[in-house]
Write a protein that binds this ligand. Sequence first.
Ligand code: C2O
Length: 578
Amino acid sequence: MAAVVFLLVLTALCSSTELAHAQDEDAPITRHYKFNIRMKNVTRLCVTKPIITVNGQYPGPRIVAREGDRVIVKVVNHVPNNITIHWHGIRQRRSGWADGPAYITQCPIQRGQSYTYNFTVTGQRGTLFYHAHISWIRATVHGPIVILPKRGVPYPFPKPHKEVPILFGEWWNKDAEAVISRALRTGGGPNVSDSYTINGLPGLLYNCSSKDTFKLRVSPGKTYLLRLINAALNDELFFSIANHTLTVVEADAVYVKPFQTDVLLITPGQTTNVLLQAKPYSPNTTFLMAARPYVTGLGTFDNSTTVGILQYKTKQGQSNSTSLFNDLPLIMPTLPALNDTNFAANFSSNFRSLANSQFPANVPRVVDRRFFFTVGLGSSPCPKNQTCQGPNGTKFSASVNNVSFALPATALLQAHFSSQSAGVYTADFPSTPLIPFNYTGTPPNNTKVINGTKVVVLRFNTSVELVMQDTSVLGAEAHPLHLHGFNFFVVGQGFGNYDPIKDPANFNLADPVERNTVSVPSGGWVAVRFLADNPGVWFMHCHFEVHLSWGLKMAWVVLDGPLPNQRLPPPPLDLPKC
Ligand code: C2O
């Protein structure tokens, strides 16, 4: 007894010493955030409009955590619209209730209500982002997630002098919610955005926007880590900084083998960390950074360019003043042609996992279940007594294996957890197309799309191989496919129709890139593998918001495993009701 008391006293004493303090700092901590969702008037391109924001900020505030930390975000909805927030790329191991897609893992947070997202960041470090996951509200509700390595663990690349999130977005002069609701009513394509943005700023190539230009101030000779995030709704983007080569070091919060490039391509939903090495002197020039779209589809698109300024500090540590930069020559980077699909294919093949002992690539070697999904656009009939503005007077629709996913009226995860799937979803999502056809050739016109809430059910720890095949039914088009709850390994990609006999021989099972979003090549296919070791309901969809709205989405239900730590815990008490 005396010994126990003595130990307790000792522990109490120790906790005030320097040593114990240092140990506490190393341990994972809980980080609390509060997101007040509220309207705020914002002016861009000389248009002032109320937008939905996090805490009045556009883009939203930064979430910073260390690997291993717990993150708790209380979201309070003060706007009329229903809201959910998704922590894009966070694995959510056994915390599916915090994932966020509306009607998949939760009912939305209604006006005046709140929900507290609670998750732990495990085995990930790098850049991710959060965004609203209902309708098109993510147009203005998004922000960076910065995951630092555990304390004392260095980056596997030179330590940068500074780290700068660079978030790409799209700005509509009209209300983005009105844009998509009109498109869904008429069946036609939505109005394209009025500008792209860098950290919320369109930049000086747009009318009435020169003061809304992002500036990156750098010191000569220093190295900067740029955390690039594509939060745009509907466009893959090329990005480049004039006269500077960038070194890619991480993708979707996983380190990659470093490689150098003058131009990056980043799809909506992807994040990429790059090192920018500033020149050793302060040049008498202002360099521009620029982003503009990579476009493969047939529809209209925002054909504009957002730019920011790379500004060198002078010896005295002063920036060339803003008035001065007008006098300095402006150098614009060169970007690939808008439809440069060869660039896209070459660029994506540069990404490789580190695949070393510290950061192994745990690629599933043995496959339990194989899936072949077509992804692409189609059309659905125009309702009677209505005229529609989609292809040949129909309505645009989009599908996976010709199933256009219909959101249920209650959340799939709740239905699954309480074993009440009847009337909510069916477990008959097709694992291959019901009617095979020449996917990338002259399309047949019998590609009927059905509407339904269909899922694939996977047993715990199933290793999955999934080939996603673009279709040319309404023109070949690249589709950035995003999987919730997992990273996948991108083991192969190619153009034309996937050949299940020949193509697997070329799969990279040694060091494929591990990510959460991959672009299915325009007129081609991509093969991914993942281990379904996370129980819950996991959304998978095209991260082009317009295709998501048209139904290019499905869900995986991963069952509980036999052990207690392989089961999804019950829902939090404040989980919103529909
Ligand atoms: Cu970034 Cu389901 O989304």
